[in-house]
Design a protein around this ligand. Structure first.
Ligand code: WT7
Length: 631
């Protein structure tokens, strides 16, 4: 992959300029910085509130900020209810296509009916306001219904990505102490049925808190149902109690909406907590402005709802904006490498938002697959999850966007809730740069002492202000949240993102990658510590280290080093067994690319594994400062 060139510029076409929702950046940006609360209050005014806020931003307990405190709002009131009284009522809210070609459509009215029935079902199972419901599902409409049903009654959802496996699910259920789990018998991938319920069963054995498990029927797998604990959704929906009328709970702006676990530097994932009010304002505003959303748009964010990208930009932001959302369950190249392009053509998708990994994966099959299709409905393209390399950017721009669609490269995180650095469609683009801060945000690149580094130099990316979409805390761990993310510089609270980046002479931000023990593999965020603890849970393994090494398609691939228990010897069989073990414990996305059997690992005197040394050795680079390395 070649490195980015900061002088290559793509200017927006006259058509793009003409129809832009935000016709100008600089003046609006200046206003949003000098009058941050005014800017966000203006945006909040576009939503429907049961009661307006008392204060826009409460900084009295920083870094625990409150937005729109005193206000009463439910995100579902905005994502569904308010559309029912206008022309959106019969508009398509969700178009879903399964891998086998099955199609299901829901209008906003139909979505409301499903969500109300689901909400009543949850109530009948004893779910109350403030309860945490874990959701472990494939990419089917019921996943969205389940999330919205929780939010509607003021329950908190904790979605665990359907590609995760036993231990990843069990540890997240355990941390949240969920009493209710919503899952499905299985999902589809490359024509095969993925058995989710048996993974859920195994996870429920490892953690005892689940009392009720609601299972959606999605394929033909014969699954084990435990009487009095496990129920089929279709049976529950058939009961009189599951009516299609349900009041939306009047939650407070700062009431929790969801927890989403993300990997950090320890083996224990962090439950990032987001709220009803600020998150609704932030996701809808960023989505409307950065992607120029129009009433007639068909929007396809080809991520999984189980990650923050899906929460913010499949479900909440787009539904609040009344868009029609596309959802596809299956592999991008199944049965042929044109599957996605076929979907774009068939449904007339206007905006496609995906990851560099997916783009590289499809690019590899050549231009003839997209060229077979009429992709002229596309107006804008988006990228997220990792830096996009210029080759992939240009291919996406030329072959998919026919040189007319701006590429909206959005930098953000699970913690930020929504876009922090991204262009608007009118912004001149430089391939590989997420360009400029979104409104209200001041972003700096600093050195270890917190001083701003000169243009063109690498440093740590910090955000020098609160924003409405920010996570409020780590679930049950306020201290860790404050310590990990926030510090005071020149009397200003700054958020430390954990990424290294550069800012060029034009103020464009170039994100380089994670600075901590977090890996981005195919855009998925994984902690080295989680992979290591999965390896160590194998009976023959004594110690393990995981690092990321550059990979053509995945961005990074997981390489591991393993010290076996005494008397054990490494072999090809054991290597395969260990890979399979990690895949079973954490999920396929965490499967190591390679397992090397070693006798020792480089460590500091205090016993910390020096992954940086392993990485330098693997790449044949200078090992750097070894003064802390133990003999
Ligand atoms: C990390 C956050 C944000 C939704 C998906 C990922 C990396 C994300 C970009 C981008 C360069 C990016 C960063 C960040 N990242 N978007 N456009 N350019 N890097 O959310 O799983 O919380 O991961 O993803 O390293 O810290 P996440």
């Amino acid at each position: 992959m070649s490195s980015p060139n900061d002088s290559e510029i793509f200017n927006p076409s006259p058509e793009v300029l003409e129809q832009a929702n935000v016709p100008e950046y600089e003046a609006m940006y200046d206003y949003s910085i000098t009058n941050r609360e005014g800017f966000w209050a203006d945006q909040a005014e576009t939503l429907s509130w049961f009661k307006k806020w008392d204060t826009v931003l409460d900084e009295s307990n920083a870094p625990f900020y409150k937005w729109f405190d005193g206000g009463s709002i439910n995100i579902v009131q905005n994502a569904i209810d308010r559309h029912l009284g206008n022309a959106n009522r019969n508009k398509m809210a969700i178009i879903w296509e399964g891998e086998n070609g099955q199609v299901r459509n829901y209008s906003y009215n139909g979505l409301n009916r499903e969500v109300c029935q689901f909400a009543n079902t949850l109530k009948s199972m004893g779910v109350n306001k403030g309860d945490i419901v874990t959701i472990y599902m494939p990419q089917i409409p019921e996943l969205i219904f389940a999330m919205l049903a929780c939010a509607k009654i003021g329950a908190i959802h904790s979605v665990v990505y359907g590609g995760f496996s036993t231990e990843a699910l069990a540890s997240r259920i355990d941390d949240a102490q969920s009493r209710v789990l919503i899952t499905a018998d299985g999902g589809w991938r490359r024509g095969r049925q993925i058995d989710l319920k048996s993974i859920a069963n195994e996870a429920m054995k490892r953690t005892p808190s689940i009392e009720v498990c609601i299972c959606v029927k999605n394929n033909e797998l014969d699954v084990e149902m435990e009487p009095a604990r496990d129920f089929w959704l279709h049976d529950l929906k058939a009961l009189p109690i599951a009516s299609s009328k349900c009041e939306t709970e009047q939650t407070s702006a700062e009431d929790p909406l969801f927890i989403l676990y993300t990997s950090g530097t320890t083996g224990k994932p962090k439950g990032m907590l987001h709220t009803h009010g600020g998150y609704a304002v932030y996701t809808s505003t960023t989505h409307r402005m950065a992607f120029d959303i129009k009433p007639q748009d068909r929007w396809w964010c080809a991520a999984d709802p189980g990650w923050i990208t899906g929460h913010s930009y499949i479900v909440y932001g787009p539904l609040i904006n009344g868009a029609t959302i596309m959802l596809y369950e299956g592999a991008p190249n199944y049965p042929y490498p044109n599957r996605w392009w076929q979907i774009v053509e068939k449904y007339g998708i206007n905006i496609l938002y995906t990851s560099p990994t997916a783009i590289r994966g499809l690019m590899r099959f050549g231009d003839r697959w997209p060229q077979k299709h009429d992709l002229s409905s596309l107006r804008l393209l988006g990228s997220v999850g990792e830096p996009i390399n210029p080759e992939a950017w240009r291919w996406y721009h030329q072959v998919i966007g026919n040189n007319k669609c701006p590429i909206i490269d959005t930098w953000w995180q699970t913690e930020t809730g929504g876009f922090m650095v991204c262009p608007l469609p009118i912004t001149p683009l430089k391939p590989g740069s997420a360009t400029k801060p979104f409104f209200g945000n001041e972003i700096s690149i600093v050195d270890d002492d917190g001083s701003e580094v000169p243009a063109g130099e690498e440093g740590k990316l910090i955000i020098k202000n609160p924003w409405p979409g920010m996570a409020r805390t780590i679930f049950k761990d306020d201290q860790r949240y404050a310590d990990l993310y926030w510090s005071k510089r020149d009397n200003i609270w700054c958020y430390l993102a954990g990424d290294s980046a550069k800012k060029d002479e034009d103020g464009y931000i170039w994100v380089i990658g994670r600075m901590d023990e977090v890996l981005k593999v195919s855009g998925y965020r994984l902690g080295t510590a989680e992979i290591e603890s999965a390896l160590v849970s194998h009976p023959q393994v004594n110690e393990a280290a995981a690092i990321g090494l550059p990979h053509e398609l995945k961005g990074n691939a997981i390489h591991t080093y393993v010290i076996l228990k005494q008397g054990q010897t490494g072999s090809l069989e054991l290597e395969l067994e260990l890979k399979e073990h990690v895949s079973k414990e954490l999920g396929k996305i965490a499967t190591p690319e390679a397992v090397a059997f070693v006798d020792s690992l480089p460590k500091t005197r205090s016993g910390k594994i020096m992954r940086r040394v392993l990485k330098a050795r693997a790449l044949g680079q200078d090992e750097g400062d070894l003064s802390t390395l133990e003999e």
